[in-house]
Design a protein around this ligand. Structure first.
Ligand SMILES: Cc1ncc(C[n+]2csc(CCOP(=O)(O)OP(=O)(O)O)c2C)c(N)n1
Length: 629
């Protein structure tokens, strides 16, 4: 079938199962081909082809509402709702988003990117539907990984109590981004075991029914036996106890079985949980055989071999540099324990886990819990390293304030993917961390200029014993700078002058340092001498150096790859104001808006975080404005 011609999912209503199987093959081929060029979440989407088709066939979107948890598995839904033509632009600047987007389609009723929100959103929609007296099915689709998130469990608790009509589809592929972990995972495992038993019983039942005269009775006995065995095998029936009607498990690649259970779900009053078993990566061998999560989301790849296309001889990734340095220190310091909320691969903690299996904890998609576990460890004089992406640290704000900083505990927070992250887009940009951390008492916040300074900062963080300390570092790779052999510590709250100058000063840190230096070079050619400072401590500021610069009356430009409001530049302004300085101060950073997907360079250009803009801003400082009259 020509997928490009699909306008909406209504065409599915007239298709028979054979035709649907053909459609599934077409969708898989389309995904494998397109994603080999654009990259994207191939594994999760190949796993939900039949499930998504079945949902669109059995329900009426957008009247009935599909709420995709995380949203990374919504590509098939996008194809069926008329967006196949845009797939060549997937996750690219101004192109199709990798997550549901209301502006793309009326079939996207909920936007997401962070996990475990679907059940709460569905509950809100169900309450609204009932208050308005409307009739519709509300269908959140949540993975077994996302189900481990605290929000999802809070929602199950509420939904089970309220008994609203909701059909929760649990897409269980035994994987999170990496293999799924936790006690809940074990419960699902037991349910899956029961499923094999149930399928075997179904076959037996069909056979018995074929026996003349007594077959029907025997089949009924088998049915009762099946039920009691199921209860026996699935001790407690977790979801039933929570107030849900549990249906399944059902083979998520079998249309007949899916249709039967979806129809059952539609007929059932109150909340239903339909347990669907799928295979992540289904239909593409390298992705199907993936046991560690490589094919969860990829860049470009060669279809025939499954080889990922990666830049050759790239400098080490920031995550690897940080985790390897922590590991190096952990060999000498038994207090060090690493914690990741579900990102062992992304945070490059595999080696740590291999060397110290008892000192590395993947706690599941549970950022709040991860932060407080770290706090608990620190109370016992351990040295926790909380490896967490900037965007997901947002989830743990209160735990950072209340548990870590308020108790002034020695936790090292490694804030990965700080700044713009590119293709994942607005839900994943790590641009708020400075604004939501800078005001918390006791916390030290820093960002290195390159990977050599990065390794010394990691060492500084581990040796620091006066409270919590956090290091931001960007997504992607370092610059390939020479690395010192011996680790040292950097005095807390000290900046570094990278280039002297007397006409203006640029204060910046991390990824924006190269653009500041480049601008200073260009300005030098125009006869302006610009001082460039590596303001590596965002908190505390280097107040001595800052006072010295302000005393000289130079105009000051601050640059940060983070939101301007409440950011580093704001801290400089606060200092100037509190000390009575009247220097001309200009701030550059991320404006007050959500930044969509695209390459980091395209996004920087869009928001004017460029060398040219730095030059312009410095040129715009007028001598008259320097001092208040
Ligand atoms: C709050 C939050 N933490 C971490 C992530 C990163 N993440 C994206 S997908 C994913 C795994 C989801 O697993 P599952 O729900 O089982 O879906 P699957 O990919 O297996 O279909 C994780 C941890 C996230 N999106 N949101």
């Amino acid at each position: 079938m020509d997928l490009l011609s699909i306008k909406d999912p209504s065409f599915l209503k007239n298709m028979n199962i054979e035709q649907l199987k053909g459609l599934s093959n077409d969708i898989r081929r389309f995904l494998i081909e397109n994603l080999s060029k654009t990259g994207g979440h191939i594994g999760p989407n190949l796993g939900v082809v039949e499930l998504t088709v079945a949902l669109h066939k059995c329900f009426d979107s957008p009247k009935d509402k599909f709420i995709w948890d995380v949203g990374h598995q919504s590509y098939v839904h996008k194809i069926l709702t008329g967006r196949a033509k845009q797939f060549s632009t997937l996750r690219q600047y101004k192109g199709l988003s990798g997550f549901p987007k209301m502006c793309e389609s009326e079939h996207d009723v909920w936007e997401t990117g962070h996990s475990s929100t679907s059940l709460s959103a569905a509950m809100g929609m169900a309450i609204a539907r009932d208050l308005k007296g409307e009739k519709s099915f509300i269908v959140p689709i949540i993975g077994d990984g996302a189900l481990t998130g605290g929000m999802a469990l809070e929602a199950l608790n509420h939904i089970g109590h309220e008994k609203k009509d909701l059909i929760v589809i649990l897409n269980d592929n035994e994987m999170s981004i990496a293999p799924n972990v936790g006690a809940l995972h074990n419960i699902l495992g037991r349910l899956r075991t029961a499923s094999k038993y149930q399928w075997a019983k179904d076959e037996l039942e069909n056979l018995l029914k074929k026996i003349p005269a007594v077959g029907g009775k025997l089949a009924a006995t088998a049915e009762r036996l099946k039920d009691s065995m199921k209860y026996f095998l699935v001790s407690g029936m977790f979801f039933e106890e929570l107030g849900f009607t549990y249906l399944g498990p059902v083979d998520g690649h079998n249309y007949e079985a899916l249709f039967e259970q979806l129809q059952n779900a539609k007929k059932t009053k109150g909340p239903v949980l339909l347990h669907v078993i799928t295979k992540k990566g289904k239909g593409y061998e390298p992705a199907e055989n993936d046991t560690i999560g490589t094919w969860h989301g990829t860049g470009q790849y060669k279809i025939e071999t499954g080889d990922l296309i990666k830049p050759v001889n790239a400098p080490p990734a920031w995550s690897k540099l940080v985790s390897d340095t922590v590991l190096k220190l952990a060999k000498k310091d038994e207090r060090i324990v690493a914690i990741t909320p579900a990102m062992p691969v992304g945070s490059k903690l595999e080696k740590f886990a291999e060397e110290f299996p008892n000192r590395m904890y993947d706690v599941g998609i549970a950022e709040q819990h991860a932060a407080t576990v770290a706090a608990g460890l620190a109370t016992q004089n351990m040295k926790p390293f909380l490896a967490i992406y900037s965007t997901f640290l947002q989830r743990a704000y209160d735990q950072v304030v209340h548990d870590i900083c308020r108790q002034n505990l020695n936790v090292f927070i490694g804030i990965d993917r700080s700044g713009l992250v590119g293709a994942d887009g607005e839900t994943h940009q790590g641009v708020f961390d400075i604004a939501f951390l800078r005001h918390i008492p006791n916390l030290v916040l820093m960002m290195p200029k390159d990977e050599n300074e990065g390794q010394h900062m990691v060492n500084t963080a581990i040796q620091y014993d006066k409270g919590p300390i956090a290091m931001r570092f960007p997504r992607g790779n370092g610059y390939g700078v020479p690395m010192d052999k011996d680790l040292r510590t950097i005095p807390i709250g000290t900046w570094e002058v990278l280039r002297e100058g007397k006409d203006a000063a640029i204060l910046t840190f991390g990824t924006t340092i190269p653009m500041a230096l480049e601008a200073a070079n260009l300005l030098q050619k125009q006869g302006k001498s610009v001082k460039v400072v590596n303001a590596r401590f965002i908190k505390p500021l280097d107040e001595n150096m800052l006072a010295e610069i302000m005393d000289s009356n130079m105009p000051i430009l601050t640059i940060e790859e983070a939101v301007v409001q409440g950011g580093f530049g704001s801290a400089v302004l606060e200092f100037a104001h509190s000390q009575g300085y009247t220097n001309n101060i200009d701030l550059m950073g991320i404006p007050d808006e959500f930044i969509e997907h695209g390459s980091v360079n395209e996004l920087l250009r869009e928001i004017g975080l460029t060398t040219e803009e730095v030059v312009k801003r410095i040129q715009a400082f007028s001598p008259k404005k320097q001092k208040r009259a």
